[in-house]
Design a binder for this molecule. Structure first.
Ligand code: CDP
Ligand code: CDP
Length: 206
């Protein structure tokens, strides 16, 4: 049976962490759609025209650790504002979403544009300060030299660009359950997400 869980939200809200745990709990496959835009952004930084980069993206392009840098994140949010880049990535995401056995996709427009029919929709968010603190800790742990103010400015700039673009802007779907993780640890955020999905499953099967 195909069952799609759509998880959207702003940068560093905990979407990936929650999505991986929810997918493991239900035995579903997981796709981090941010990686698609990061891979296109990285290819643009390497000199490839972004629409061409999106059309010729291969699975191997998603497996590069270099995709996790703030520079690539900024490039990703720039190419993500190009309608033809987004259009080139739609079919792959929709096919993944409808695979037998269930799927969790996390991103910015999963519940609104990619899978408006998703059986469960979550919008995972947190204050910009908390998100920047988490991302800053993550980068510091990896040995990347950066300060909190730079990370906060990066997060804010990306959110503003993602929310203001004409095509598939970042916003919660009307029927999404919002989870604000500002004051939640990871276990609480995951348990809240699983409970919300279980409610959606019950509603579907009633
Ligand atoms: O995928 P997204 O960018 O939304 O966020 P993430 O990579 O899942 O989470 C960003 C960082 O916040 C990671 O280091 C998580 O471990 C951490 N996190 C947290 O401290 N508390 C939460 N409730 C959720 C995530
Ligand atoms: O991990 P983090 O939340 O910082 O970023 P990400 O999820 O890897 O996404 C990187 C960028 O890709 C975002 O800032 C968006 O501009 C773009 N993106 C998007 O437009 N649509 C998606 N479904 C996923 C990501």
């Amino acid at each position: 049976m195909a069952f799609t869980i759509a998880i959207d939200g702003p940068a560093a809200a905990g979407k990936g962490t929650v999505s991986r745990a929810v997918a493991a709990h239900f035995g579903f496959a997981h796709l981090d759609t941010g990686l698609l835009y990061r891979a296109v952004g990285a290819r643009m930084l390497a000199g490839i025209e972004p629409v061409e980069a999106a059309r010729t993206l291969r699975a191997e392009d998603l497996e590069d650790d270099a995709l996790r840098t703030p520079e690539v994140a900024q490039a990703a949010s720039k190419v993500a504002a190009i309608g033809a880049v987004r259009a080139a990535l739609v079919d792959f995401q929709r096919a993944f979403a409808r695979r037998a056995g269930g799927a969790v996709l996390d991103g910015r427009d999963i519940g609104t544009v990619i899978c408006p029919e998703a059986e469960a929709k979550l919008f995972v968010t947190a204050s910009a300060e908390v998100r920047a603190e988490r991302r800053h800790r993550e980068l510091t742990d990896k040995g990347v030299q950066t300060d909190f103010a730079t990370v906060l400015a990066d997060v804010r700039e990306r959110d503003a660009r993602d929310m203001s673009r004409a095509d598939a802007p970042l916003r919660a779907a009307e029927d999404a359950v919002e989870i604000d993780t500002s004051h939640m640890d990871i276990d609480t955020a995951v348990a809240t997400a699983i409970a919300a999905v279980e409610t959606a499953v019950k509603e579907k099967t009633e």
